[in-house]
Design a protein around this ligand. Structure first.
Ligand code: CTP
Ligand code: MG
Length: 250
């Protein structure tokens, strides 16, 4: 009898790189976003726990704010984390892309699958993490979790001056669009090649792999994997945590 809950091959080793070096400008003044608390625990710790919750993840590389690596190490030591997972902290860079690259540079040999997960998505459920890993194990070189859109999306000619009207250029068919989340999962060699080759500014790692001409596939994302970007997102994140605490009580 085969155990369908165990992805194969089990010997593939997985690491998660967590870019956490951003300032969080859109969240407003305060500490770097990843270090802000959600229900008393730093967002970064929630994100680290979300990755370490997957039994497949043996290493978590945290990319800290450039001047905050020591503080992040102290935080990791101060919070309960699974014993089966190793943790490494490296300083980040000026862009997300650069921060991810520094995280990849810290990967030891023997890692076959790499997840890249935003610290700003602290509440992604472990089932989503496992679904991404499983799709990579099943042979996809690049996997992104994503959801259909609620809003209709317009392409515009961006205004030169903020506040001016913007002409609509096109309305892509909503049913064909997906909002992309993290963790994005990759065959290690493919992701390294993407980061060595692509120099354009991008907002996610999968788009670098797309530029190599390598096929990227989507698996279902999760509502709770939303990105904490603006102040209202903090309210939503704390509400999700409160709901989880209630449900755990039963
Ligand atoms: N990130 C990073 N290094 C940077 C910029 C961003 O590691 N130089 C990380 C952030 O810490 C975050 C993830 O990339 O976990 C996604 O970025 P975003 O949500 O844009 O976070 P910030 O850049 O911090 O926020 P903002 O753009 O509002 O300043
Ligand atoms: Mg940013």
């Amino acid at each position: 009898m085969s155990d369908v809950s165990l992805p194969s091959p089990p010997e593939a080793r997985t690491a998660a790189v967590i870019p956490a070096a951003g300032r969080g400008v859109r969240l407003g003044p305060g500490a770097p976003k990843a270090l802000r608390a959600l229900n008393g625990t730093p967002m970064l710790i929630h994100a680290v726990r979300a990755m370490a919750a997957s039994r497949a993840v043996s290493l978590v590389v945290v990319v800290a704010p450039p001047d905050g690596a020591a503080e992040v190490k102290t935080l990791l030591d101060a919070h309960a984390l699974p014993d089966r997972t190793d943790f490494v902290v490296v300083p980040g860079g000026d862009s997300r892309q650069e921060s991810v690259k520094y995280g990849l540079d810290a990967l030891p040999p023997g890692i076959d699958i790499v997840l890249v997960h935003d610290a700003a998505r602290p509440l992604v459920p472990v089932d989503t993490v496992d679904a991404v890993i499983e799709a990579v194990r099943d042979g996809a070189p690049a996997v992104v979790p994503a959801l259909p859109l609620a809003d209709t999306v317009k392409e515009v000619e961006p205004a030169a001056v903020a506040g001016e009207v913007e002409p609509v250029v096109a309305t892509p068919e909503r049913a064909r669009l997906r909002a992309v989340q993290t963790p994005q999962g990759f065959d290690r060699e493919t992701l390294l090649r993407a980061h060595e080759t692509v120099t354009d500014d991008v907002t996610d790692d999968a788009s670098m792999v797309e530029q190599l001409g390598v096929r990227v596939v989507v698996v279902p994302g999760h509502e709770e994997a939303f990105k904490v970007t603006r102040p209202l997102d903090l309210v939503l994140a704390e509400a999700v945590l409160a709901r989880r605490r209630l449900n755990d009580g039963f």
